[in-house]
Structure formats: structure tokens, C-alpha cells
Write a protein that binds this ligand. Sequence first.
Ligand code: AR6
Length: 244
Amino acid sequence: MAAKVDLKFSTDWKEAKAYLKALTDKQREEHYFCPDFVSLKKIPPWKDGEAKGAPDKEKESHYKPDKALNEKLSLFRGDITKLEVDAIVNAANSSLMGGGGVDGCIHRAAGPLLKEECRTLHHCETGKAKITGGYRLPAKYVIHTVGPIAQGNPSPAQVQELRNCYLNSLQLVLDNSLRSVAFPCISTGVFGYPSEAAAEVVLSTLREWLEEHRDKVDRLVICVFLEKDEKIYRKRLPYFFPMA
Ligand code: AR6
């Protein structure tokens, strides 16, 4: 086994990434930035959360109830940086060099090596996604995606760009054989995409993707931060993921 690397002081992202990759899950824990991380076991699948949500009676769902599919999805409210999943998604900007919002939280928690690896990726176009290590995060990887800047009503092109953020991130999940991933509400903060409209895009995209790839993943986590987003998702989840 390679010599121990102290993630707090290392300045070599390649060495740190290779070192972390060789560790067992238990060994990785001592490098986490926080002791109060949330393991996947502690994040209930959507079937358990349903009782707390008021079903949306406005529209009859055209999606079929599918118990096994619902178990692949979770709604979690809290800080995405605490989640011990294979990957968390970062709502980044095209420079990939950090910023405010969830991007700032992820960079602070992962530590400076994340920025060093991001520097080598140069840039990311809107709707595309790139992957790095997670460093001091409980998540093994960070998938950086750039949402559309939609102040006000999104155009059809911006709807498609938001969808592409999720689809391209999920493609990286498959390409890297990852089994669990958590998404923040991409574009709905600084980038101004309306939250209700974003939730429709997210839920339809995740539902359709899961129908095609359900055996390839264990869990997709929608990580909301704000109470208003939790309410929106609780209202619309029964439409896209109806209970049997
Ligand atoms: N965990 C989970 N969600 C969070 C967290 C957190 N720790 N912190 C904020 N959110 P935003 P955008 C939620 O603004 O709109 C940055 O400067 C937040 O409540 O982070 O895609 C980048 O560098 C909101 O629901 O991302 C870009 O320049 C969601 O994360 C720009 O902002 C997204 O809000 C990207 O803007």
C-alpha cells in the first residue's frame, strides 16, 4: 500500500486521488471533512417518504405505478456535501473554478485539491458535465455540470440545456460504473431558473432515464436545500413516481 497521504496538507491532486481510490470505504472515512456525514443507508427511498407528501390531485398521472422504480429515487433536504454517495453533482459555472451557492460549498468541503483537478479540465459548456475526485467529501466523485442562466421564463433551448445537465451527469455515472448520485436543484439559485419549472424537467428526466437504466444504479437522490423546493418536489413526486 502507498504511503499515507494527509488530505489536509497534500498539494498533489493526482497522488491524493490515487491514494483515496485504493482505500476501503471505511478507510476513506477518516479523510472526510465532516464527522456527521449521511450514508446512503440513512436516506430513505421515495416509497418511505410518500406519506408526508400531499399527492397532487390536479392531474391524473400518466406514469405507471412502479414500486421497484420508486425505490431507486430519494428526496433529501439538506447539505449535499454531507452525502456519502458515489457522486454528488455540482451546479458549477463554465470556468469550473468554483463560485457561490452549492459550488462554493462543495469546493470548501472538498478542499483545494478539487480546484487543482478542475483547473486541468479547463472549461465546461452549458448542459455538459465533467467528473473529478471528491477529495475530502464523503462522496467519491464530483460531477460538475453547468446549468442554463434563465432569469425569468426559460426558453425551449434552456429547458433542453437543463435536461442535458441531468442526462450528461447520468451518462458519467454509467461511464464510471457508479451506483448512487445526488443532484442539487441545478440553475434554480444564482442562475434564476424558476423552481417549479425546473422540478418538472428534473422529475420527467429522472423518471424516463430510470425506466431505461434502472438496473445500472441503486439510487438517484434529489437533494433540495430550501423548504420551498421540498414542497414543490413533495407535491409533484406522486405525479411522476406514483405509488402502487
Ligand atoms: N447543498 C444542497 N443544495 C444547496 C447547497 C448545499 N450545500 N447550497 C445551495 N444549494 P446555486 P445555480 C442549492 O446558486 O443556480 C455559483 O456561483 C440552492 O438552494 O448554487 O446553478 C456557480 O459558480 C439552489 O436550490 O446554483 C455558478 O456561477 C441550488 O443549490 C452559479 O452559482 C442551486 O443554486 C450557478 O447557479
